[in-house]
Design a protein around this ligand. Structure first.
Ligand code: SF4
Length: 347
């Protein structure tokens, strides 16, 4: 295979067909970084609106560093994987404290919280023009097919092989554009189930096309089955307010707000006992609702109940909030149906 011809063909295609995305053509490392973090596990169409709103509120790394964490989480509300937002802000504080500005080597960029090999490569190549690969899921698929890599792509030695082949086709004059071109190929043409090989600009170089097994590649590990968890979500009302609390910093949905929720579908007596443990004496209210939320490895089947607070301990880990304050709290998507129900109950 003539690798320079492959690179030229792909770049020529990219120049004609690049998707019109708000971060396209961006060279500012902070803005590229925000887009790359948002794009992890999330489709570009979804990210577009969040990206604009986030940068309006936090236009520079200094603005993000100085912001209240709750504002950052609020801006991230609905995007999921909230550790990304918290890490982004932690890293922004480190960058803002550097006398020489944004780090300019892959090693230094990679050392920031929440930045893995892919994101470091993307920032280094797109913002600073460094010849570094940036291998995301789209690139993995395209590279495995182009180079006929038929072993499981999560194995360490196969990851190294992907890095090596990506580096071997990376042109030194336009590494950022090339990385984006390869990602675009994977996103638009070399798609998972049925790649559009007829429209592919690098078909002539593709091993999987020649062998006719593109649909079988890349080889992925078997997916673990999702675990289902039942939860009881409790909205405790008191004098036109509802009780909400902040989730622990670490772990699932860390730092976001929630209504108290407990494992399993609980009886009235069990729920009252759980509430007593957090300092609230309550009586069962009228309505209840149900909702389901699917995380990456987990499904929550939730039953929601209204309770009326009868007495509360003087110190609670959480607070009673009115409708306006409830709207402002960063809440996980999983609990949005319950927030909506609480807002209706408060109106
Ligand atoms: Fe992917 Fe088909 Fe192009 Fe090969 S020829 S890179 S399988 S779209």
């Amino acid at each position: 295979m003539d690798k320079s011809q492959l690179s030229e063909a792909l770049l020529a295609w990219h120049d004609q067909n690049a998707r019109d995305l708000p971060w396209r053509g961006e060279r500012d490392p902070y803005r590229i970084w925000v887009s790359e973090i948002m794009l992890q596990q999330t489709r570009a169409e979804t990210v577009k609106g969040y990206y604009a709103a986030f940068l309006r509120e936090f236009p520079t790394v200094e603005a993000l560093a100085a912001a209240d964490e709750e504002r950052v989480l609020k801006r991230w509300e609905g995007l999921g994987y909230y550790a990304r937002a918290r890490n982004l802000q932690r890293a922004a504080r480190l960058v803002a404290a550097r006398p020489d500005g944004f780090p300019r080597t892959v090693k230094e960029i990679r050392a920031l919280p929440g930045i893995g090999e892919y994101t470091a490569g993307a920032i280094a190549s797109i913002a600073f023009g460094l010849p570094e690969p940036a291998i995301d899921g789209n690139q993995v698929r395209a590279l495995a097919r182009l180079f006929g890599i038929r072993s499981c792509v999560t194995r360490p030695e196969v990851k190294r092989e992907l890095q090596a082949v990506a580096r071997s086709i990376l042109p030194s004059d336009r590494p950022g554009d090339f990385n984006q071109a390869l990602m675009g190929l994977g996103a638009m043409i070399c798609v998972p189930a049925a790649p559009d090989c007829a429209a592919c600009p690098v078909r002539a170089f593709c091993d999987a096309f020649a062998r006719g097994d593109a649909g079988d590649l890349p080889v992925l590990p078997e997916k673990a089955a999702k675990r289902t968890e039942r939860r009881s979500v409790v909205m405790v009302l008191k004098e036109g307010k509802v009780f909400a609390r902040r989730r622990p910093e670490n772990g699932l949905l860390g730092g976001l707000w929630e209504f108290p929720n407990f494992e399993n579908a609980k009886t009235d007596a069990e729920i009252r006992a759980c509430l007593r443990e957090i300092g609230i004496e309550a009586a069962r209210g009228k309505r209840s609702i149900e909702a389901e939320h699917v995380f990456t490895h987990l499904i929550w089947r939730m039953n929601g109940y209204f309770y009326r607070a009868v007495a509360c301990a003087p110190e609670l880990e959480g607070r009673f909030v009115d409708a306006a304050a409830l709207r402002e709290l960063p809440f996980p998507t999983a609990l949005q149906p319950f927030r909506q129900a609480a807002l209706e109950a408060l109106s």
